[in-house]
Design a protein around this ligand. Structure first.
Ligand SMILES: Nc1ncnc2c1ncn2[C@@H]1O[C@H](COP(=O)(O)OP(=O)(O)OP(=O)(O)O)[C@@H](O)[C@H]1O
Ligand code: SF4
Ligand SMILES: [Mg+2]
Length: 375
């Protein structure tokens, strides 16, 4: 079967084949454009577009096994935007890369299911995953320079994806790429089509990556902190651009961020992650206004409010996230939790329904103001 390389995805991440190891550092995509089997009609209506069940992703290191994602379950329904939040190192990026099946060399998905449109991505062959990536699931990375190739003109990086995935002719793909560049706000697309990525500013590079991500109209968009490397005014423009494009296309999206402000402005639901697992899931209104988990409350304490004085120090969660090689027994948050008791130190709470939200905390039904009293 013919394969064509997509150099713009040549970053330091390795594709793994179903059976054993890697295909190599460069992603390869089948030139043949065949459809992935779809869910039976009817069932698809009730089924989430993305259904992650008990996902476990681990890394082998000299220090031991790093449990980067540890039993995470999450569903995304058609057309919704879900925020995935948590402190640095809690496993957000590895969750997204597990969905894409693009983990670093020493990483492995050891258990779980990732259902996408009715099929378990973990049972797809390497070739099938190559057809899904870019075409049905696209990812926007934090740092475009690591995801785009420096030696290929940006216009070609966009048009090549459409030739491969959509079977467009070179000329039609070029016309579409020019339209897309204009749509994402690149001035003079015709003149910039042949430019290389180093000739663009940070914000413009991110716009180019957005154009690539949207070029094949994927059904699911994974946006991994797409604005953190940019200055504040450009951040807002890029976020608006992603939001508007996703809305126009009726796309389902996972927004990875550690910024609750972004969640408030961009997402329908939010999933809060700690030490490789979810500790709270609910609508943005519920989670931001009535957080159930002490960790979520801590994260929200870091968001400036309208009542903050200029220059006022923001509260943050005391202590550090746990070592993912040696997780504490019981609730993983107990060493930092102001409400921890003996049970918390021994028994791990599972994610359970409390009202409209879900939380993994033995004291999730306590009134939300009791935590501030106990501090
Ligand atoms: N190649 C690797 N080898 C070993 N451990 C790794 C590797 N890549 C990531 N990890 C570990 O996996 C855990 C989860 O990493 P991940 O990148 O998903 O965090 P994150 O939530 O995206 O953080 P950030 O907000 O800083 O981007 C971290 O503890 C990280 O150190
Ligand atoms: S289970 Fe206990 S330690 Fe964990 S978050 Fe809830 S109160 Fe805190
Ligand atoms: Mg990350």
């Amino acid at each position: 079967m013919n394969t064509v390389s997509l150099p713009h995805m040549q970053y330091a991440i390795h594709e793994k084949s179903e059976a054993s190891g890697h295909i190599g550092g460069m992603m390869q995509i089948d030139a043949e454009h065949s459809e992935i089997p779809l869910a039976p009609v009817g069932e698809a209506q009730e089924r989430p577009l993305l259904q992650i069940k008990e996902l476990q992703t681990q890394f082998e290191t000299k220090q031991g096994i790093v449990k980067a994602v540890d039993g995470l379950s999450l569903e995304l329904y058609e057309g919704e935007v879900v925020g995935l939040v948590g402190e640095s190192g809690c496993g957000k990026t590895m969750t997204a890369l597990s969905i894409m099946r693009l983990l670093p060399e020493n990483g492995q998905i050891v258990a779980g299911e990732i259902g996408f449109d009715g099929v378990n991505l973990l049972q797809r062959s390497g070739e099938e995953m190559q057809r899904i990536r870019g075409r049905k699931i696209a990812m926007i990375f934090q740092e475009p320079m690591t995801a785009l190739t420096p030696t290929m003109p940006i216009g070609r990086q966009i048009s090549e994806a459409m030739e491969i995935h959509l079977g467009l002719s070179r000329q039609v793909a070029k016309e579409r790429a020019l339209e897309l560049l204009a749509h994402v706000g690149i001035p003079s697309p015709q003149a910039r089509f042949g430019d290389y990525i180093h000739q663009f500013s940070g914000g413009m590079r991110q716009r180019v990556m957005i154009a690539i991500a949207f070029s094949c109209q994927p059904r699911l968009l994974l946006a991994d902190e797409p604005t953190t490397a940019l200055d504040v005014t450009v951040q807002a423009q890029i976020l608006d651009l992603i939001k508007n494009l996703a809305q126009e296309a009726g796309m389902t999206a996972l927004f990875i961020t550690h910024d609750m402000g972004i969640v408030a402005g961009s997402c329908d639901r939010v999933a809060v992650m700690y030490a490789g697992r979810l500790v709270e899931v609910g609508s943005v209104d519920d989670v931001l206004l009535k957080p159930l988990h002490p960790y979520t409350q801590g994260l929200l304490g870091s968001v400036p409010s309208l009542h903050s004085e200029p220059g006022e120090r923001l509260s943050s969660i005391s202590g550090l996230p746990p070592d993912l090689v040696q997780l504490p027994p019981g609730c993983k948050f107990w060493p930092r939790c102001p409400l921890a008791d003996e049970r918390c130190k021994q028994e791990e709470p599972l994610l359970e329904q409390y009202g409209a939200s879900q939380a993994a905390c033995w004291k999730a039904d306590y009134r939300s103001d009791s935590i501030s009293e106990s501090k």
